[in-house]
Design a protein around this ligand. Structure first.
Ligand code: PMV
Length: 333
């Protein structure tokens, strides 16, 4: 085939894990050591345009208008997976932008690689389908496999060495249980240590790593059942436990991974106070200092007002749950 008009635009949203992923069973294929369960957000978007252009000698990658050698290398290696499937070696121009703060603990790598997978698939007319796109998005970032789908999503770790059984599947549509997430931004700027490096360190040097992995199957079963039954109390219990167990593994890593700041702890305290007042809310925290408050419909304005008053909270981002990655009309990002 000739690839000279091969271009497409896709959009994807970040997701937040409720049962966390922390550790790999294979670094090359980026296979998770255990499953995870997440919610895809609605209000934050990555928009990515990919143009495979025979006039190019090298991939040209602009993220939020900036070019970075390490990012370009990562995106090139990712696009190679698609080029191999399409049997082309045409280089691509990629322009991608986020309408939310990048690298601020808002899972921009999840939406970024999910959007890139969908755009590359369409531009090369591969028609791979959502399950294959989830497998491929995983190669860019483990959490990206989940952003291919909307609403409540479960990621399987699989057991196969080739990783063919490590992909995400949708559990429940976003509008079937319309929860809202309020993100309390407690620090700006890129995190001190990436998820990839942090996971490797925990796996190598946290005495709690094996014990953490052993908790995941039961937590997944409990969270899956809570989602199916729309049981908020149960989802709150298992999500907070999974988050805190992951952070316990991080803290026990030598040297320690401490992603929190004083405002992170103050937000947890605030959310616990709201829970005592009977408000439907729970917290989850990823590899960074931001606190994500997951709220029952109707609770989010009260939660946002309370978190806004916490010392050290710099900003709030509120989002409902949304759709998976998809192709959008073909205009440059
Ligand atoms: O796949 P990555 O590199 O974005 O790692 C995700 C790690 C956590 O956000 C901490 C947990 C998760 O399951 O999203």
């Amino acid at each position: 085939m000739t690839a000279d008009t091969s271009q497409a635009t896709a959009t994807a949203q970040p997701n937040i894990a409720l049962v966390k992923y922390w550790g790999k069973r294979d670094a090359t294929l980026n296979l998770p050591a255990a499953g995870s369960l997440s919610i895809t957000l609605a209000g934050l978007h990555t928009r990515t345009h990919v143009h495979f252009d025979p006039a190019l000698d090298a991939d040209d990658v602009a993220l939020n208008g900036a070019r970075d050698t390490a990012q370009t290398r990562k995106v090139s290696a990712f696009l190679d997976l698609f080029r191999a499937r399409a049997r082309v070696d045409t280089r691509a121009r990629v322009t991608s932008s986020n309408d939310f703060p990048t690298g601020a603990g808002l899972a921009s790598s999840a939406s970024g690689f999910a959007a890139l997978a969908v755009a590359a698939d369409r531009a090369l007319r591969l028609g791979l389908g959502a399950r294959n796109l989830s497998r491929l998005a995983r190669r860019g970032s483990g959490s990206a496999a989940r952003s291919i789908f909307g609403g409540f999503v479960e990621m399987s770790a699989g057991t196969r060495a080739d990783g063919e059984d490590a992909f995400a599947t949708p559990l429940l549509a976003a509008d079937a249980w319309p929860l809202t997430v309020v993100v309390a931004i407690t620090a700006r700027g890129a995190k001190s240590i990436s998820s990839r490096a942090g996971m490797e360190a925990s796996q190598r040097a946290s005495p709690f790593y094996r014990a953490w992995l052993a908790t995941v199957p039961e937590d997944l079963a409990s969270a899956r059942a809570a989602v199916q039954a729309r049981d908020f109390e149960q989802l709150a219990r298992v999500s907070e436990a999974s988050c805190l167990a992951m952070h316990a593994v991080m803290l026990a890593t030598r040297p320690a991974l401490l992603y929190w700041n004083p405002a992170t702890v103050a937000c947890i305290d605030c959310i616990r106070g709201l829970q005592r007042d009977g408000i439907g809310v729970f917290f989850t925290i990823d590899a960074g200092p931001q606190v994500k408050a997951v709220c029952l419909p109707g609770a989010s304005s009260r939660v946002a007002a309370a978190l806004r008053g916490v010392g050290g909270v710099q900003d709030l981002v509120t989002s409902t749950l949304g759709a998976g990655a998809r192709v959008v009309p073909d205009t440059a990002a």
